[in-house]
Design a protein around this ligand. Sequence first.
Ligand SMILES: [Cu+2]
Length: 152
Amino acid sequence: MTKYFSIFFAAAASLILASCGQGDVLYVNKVVINLSPVDGNPSSGYLEIHGGRTDVSLVGVTSDDVRRLEMHQTKEENGLSVMEPVKAVKIPAGETVKFEPGGKHLMVWGVGGGSIAQGKLKMIFIFSNDERIEFDALVRKMGDPEPETETE
Ligand SMILES: [Cu+2]
């Protein structure tokens, strides 16, 4: 009887460990807002989203300390680079989706002075499964050093 139970608990423990591994958890990383050098122009935001166990979509990004925030996609059209707002970005299970120059990006209008002074902006990422992830984005002025590349 005792033996039976110890095997059961060992199996349960390894299940718990397996479910905590990275790659199973939806998370947001490396969020950077590059402030526009021109007053009144939108700043651009880049980030990485790591998919969890199931496919979801990023359906919104908000912050209390901005005037307006949009998700955009840059694409080629007749040899010109144009961008358009997107409502949702698919985050497939287990895959990493990057917002980067020339592709998907955030456009941010009116970042508050307090966040600029602190060098960080609290943002909330809203997903189609109703999950909300809060992340302090790094706010960079033009000429600030590149953010350190972190290993995961
Ligand atoms: Cu844009």
